[in-house]
Design a protein around this ligand. Sequence first.
Ligand SMILES: Cc1cc2nc3c(=O)[nH]c(=O)nc-3n(C[C@H](O)[C@H](O)[C@H](O)COP(=O)(O)O)c2cc1C
Length: 326
Amino acid sequence: MQIGKFDLSRYPIILAPMDGITDKVFRKICKEMGATLTYSEFVSADAIIRNVKVSFDKISKNEDEFPFVVQIFGNDPEIMGQAAKLVESAGADIIDLNFGCPMKKIVSKGAGAALLKNPELMLEITKNVVKNVNVPVTVKTRLGWDETSIIIDNIARGLQDCGIAALTLHARTRKQLYSGNADWDYFLKLKSDSSFSIPLIANGDIDNPEKAKLLFDDYGVDGVMIGRAAIGNPWIFRDCNDYILKNISPKPISINERLAICKRHFNELAAMKNEKVAIIEMRKFFKNYFKGIANIKQYRVALLEATSLEEIHSIFNDIKNIEEKV
Ligand SMILES: Cc1cc2nc3c(=O)[nH]c(=O)nc-3n(C[C@H](O)[C@H](O)[C@H](O)COP(=O)(O)O)c2cc1C
């Protein structure tokens, strides 16, 4: 897949942007596990032009993180254009526009998925951003606002005409939020439309290597983007690459391997942010890091209740002992 000047692999497996999840530490781990491309958490264009430090921290990249995509959201073409310029200067290799976030606090400001109700404004924002920067611009969106207002066919071509370099489609409506199934038939529809020629990245419910391969082989998509299935499971990138490129089926991940990555994730997060923040943020990951291990429940609960670094490390030791007993 080609995004502007960036020649990515034939079968890119991409880490989805996830607010509160895809910070610098987790992105580094996923990249090492084989993610072809990583995205920042979304940042507000308003915050960028106001020079808000937390937002700039979110878009700081790891040394070997290349190409790195920064995702911005907003609803004002001028502000989005200015923010894109600043983000480009801050080191973004690609800029992605968020036209799909369903959260009330974003939608109520006319940003994210709200733009599915205002396609003209969506296109105006996109045009202005493309005009303002030299790096490739991409878009991530959904099918439409609800099942009665699906606009993806038209908007995809409109966005292409604005000069974007790739489109990511989370194949749900805004109304669905994360419920029901992503409707992958829309990938087929777009890929069979001869007037739509930019790369299409498929997103929604891809949670194993078989599904990733199916999307490339039978749906003809150019890239596959994985979100929730990567939380506490960065091995999914290695597994997808192994399965698609070498026909190797995933092997179970040992407790030691899980512990090593989880510990590293926690320690690096504590060093980058601070102990308290790391303890709270890691709660979203613990469940999946230790998924499928017998007799883990009491330790998982303890990890969720722990309030100090020492407690967490002592629970990690207890988990290690489970394996030693096995
Ligand atoms: C916790 C969380 C945070 C998210 N934050 C963002 C975000 O910042 N930007 C964005 O475009 N999508 C965001 N998403 C949506 C994901 O990128 C993705 O589109 C969605 O989860 C569907 O893919 P999946 O089925 O692989 O999870 C978020 C999803 C989750 C679960």
